[in-house]
Ligand binder design. Sequence first.
Ligand SMILES: [Zn+2]
Length: 966
Amino acid sequence: LSIYSFVFFLLNIPAFSQNGIEGLHYDIQVRLDTSDHSLKASQTVQFTNATDKKLDVVYFHLWANAYQDNYSPLVQQQLRMNNTSLHFAHKLNRGGYKAIQFSETETGNVLEVKYQDDSKEIAEIFLTKGLAAGEEISIRVEYEIKIPRLYSRFGRRKNYYQITQWYPKLAKFEDGIWHTMPYLDIGEFYSDFANYNVSIDAPVGYEIASTGVENSKGKYSANKVIDFAWFCSPKFKLASKQVAINSKVIELQVYNYNSNPLFDNAMEFLERSLRFYSEEVGDYPYTTMTLVLSEYAKGGMEYPSITVIGAKDEESLDHLVAHEVGHNWFYAALASNERKHAWMDEGLNSFYDHKYHLKYYNDAPYNNLVPSYLRNAHAYNILEAGFRGQEVLRKHQASNLSSELYSPLNYGIAAYQKPAVGYAFLESYLGKKKFKQIVQSYYAKYAHTNVKPEELQAEFESGANENLDWFFKDYIGSESQIDISVNNIENANGGCQVEIENKSSIDAPVQLSLLKENAVVDSMWVAGFSGKKTVALDQCDFEQVILFNEIINPDINGTNNSLKKSGLFKKGQSTNFKLLGGIQSRNKRDLFYFPHAAFNAYDKLMLGVGFYNSSFPPKGFRFAFAPAYSFNAKQLVGFGLLEKDLLFDSERFRKGIASFGFKRYNYFDNGYQLHYAKFTPELRFYFKTDPLVKTTKSLSLRVINLIEEYPIFNEESVSFDETYSLYSELKYSSNGQDVLAPVNFSASLEYGNYDGFSGARENFLKISSEYAYAYQFVKSKFFKFRLFGGYFLMNSQRESGSMASRFARGSFSLMSQGFTDYKYDETYLGRTNQTGVESRQISLTDGGFKDSPGSSYRIGLSNDYALAMNVKTDFPFDVKIPIKLYFDMGAVSTKSTAVQELKSKAYYSGGLAFEFLDETIGIYLPLVQSTEISDSYLDRTFLQKISFTVNTRKFNFWRAMEETSF
Ligand SMILES: [Zn+2]
């Protein structure tokens, strides 16, 4: 016995003797009143203070209160998931405690209650005389709950009642800490084991499904369980069956709401799931297992011996049944703290439900939901793709965080997918047999206890007989990513040696396979190491080394996992050609190609073949090219983009991207067909942001190099020349995605340098800024407000009368059209057209006006300053078409000839907007316009007053992935 273990031993004693609550017993009489959707109940909660200290207060959870108002953490979390139903719920559809009273059963003394939170979900109960160590108490609770419509787990729809997380529940008390927590969608619970006697009084004709067993009509009991849930409806079709698994008889029940035929095979799935888990983990812990199936349930939710499931197809139903049945082992029996360590139950359970799914479908869960043309034999499955995608984007979070700290997607990845992949990898490393022994002994030892993460790790380590910190501390407990590469193969000492490198901070073991003629000739595990390692082999009779060959593994970068001894392409990845697109391949290069047709007024029809290499999960190096043949210009046109991720450790930045974009198309000038070409190198850095605050922030520097052809008119002939312009733009953008009130902000500083008309180079330096705010005032109805301001700090053309032309570029424009798009950022059907439909295409940049006066009326332009304000609103009532009202106002200082003084002019314009696809496409009809704008419309027909916009920048999928918070 060393001194350290002696100290450790001493430290453990008080924790042991001060464990918490014992002998917890709930006795509940509850009546369901369907006329006012209420529960009227009376319950006693009996328990013993098993600590060595007196308790003056105890805590109860009143989770039904989460539905009462908009301040509950539930509503706040649902908003982060873009779910506004509860936020905008009608008062009649909400729910919560209408009355509640705590008293001492013995004396009848009413107990004082103090709420710990604004939503009154955590009640602190003051015990009159306190509860001495070892003493028992019984607390009586009388209460009435209004059942909300089904917005989360507790609620009702029509005559279907889901009574879960409903009764006043004693918080888990452990080692002197009360584990109090508000109710959440994302984030589960932590409870003491208790015995329940529940008598339920429901209207005649209502069937009840519940935790535990029914002893006599309406009387239920369940022993040593951590929760009690029930479900009730007159529309349940009941099927039941008795099965014997490992000589244990289990009563199976399936309650199918409205006899939905989609759930016809649920009983079969239930039985084989129970058999699967019993065989893998150990005996099923209860004597009944009940499934409640309803179209109103979202996904699945587990309760001891009962689970509720809603699925859209049979394969998902089977997966959900397996997953929720599995929770009887990992959650109900092994009752870890789900809120704080969701990876413990969800991770191990997901590992098993994947195994189950692979066994019966030869595929991963939910992969069937991806259209088959997006999948191929080498593609990541949908769950892997989500996991890798977040990791490559560097938006991932560690697996050991408390649930409320996760973004919705990251919860699914960190608590479910990442540990599931990890356990599969661990199983390959330890061997199937040893892994199974470890999990079975973990279950046998800790079933019916509140098991801790360190107990899970200790069980794995003693079974594996080695330290597994690389798994539990580094892989689960950090954001670090595993990346191993094979660097070199060479002959040495009559054999071969292979250099492998650990490019990460996780010293995970590495599986190394030798292949000859695509068959594995030898395979070995190399113990975890850091830095480079040389593996000596006693043979050289192989062609290729592959790491993690065909095993599920968490290596983030599969492209450096194989190396050939010789050949031109030693890295050895073959290319997967695929039409249109698909999910990225695991160990192959992808090249997606697509027929490409385009049109503009000058090139007319353009046809070509486009190709790109990166879909989802994204590659660290990406390219896309879309060359096309212009039938009018009879030349090659098109665009391309190359991007490379810049990864580095930084407190401030998530990642950087270096990119190079180019495009070349034609346009008209004075009736001549001319070309332009644009080359844009760019550096962009994304700031690290709180995953719970849905905002992306970036800083970018882009340098636009522009070559435009133009005609020179000589006396009798016309010749052509090219002008070169350079625009450097430094821009900060903050892109808010709050569902109720998103805020967008950007500020930029831009330097322009271009060929002036006189032949001299002209210059400008301008600053501009944009602020946009939207407010959802009724469900899906927004009021939007935008401000724009810009000023030229320097402009060699400030005093000229030319604006937005070849003579003076960079001018601010209240009304943005093709001829004002001097950086060629937008896509126009006819950027210089003065008549026809093409001339009425606008962009909502700069001043954001919706008018299209055209290049012959140079209205709202300035080489000095511009200010604008735009408002837009949905109608507060439902209309069949996506119609809005808009109003724009702005001012610029402008002049029309060089000799005039700069003079400020104000403009306004308002009308009706029709917008589609999140404002990607907009159609605008002005109704009121300031005189100068309306004068430019004098000879237009009604239809010619309509302008339109197509925001093609929204089609950039790579950028959308970077800038969308999931
Ligand atoms: Zn689960």
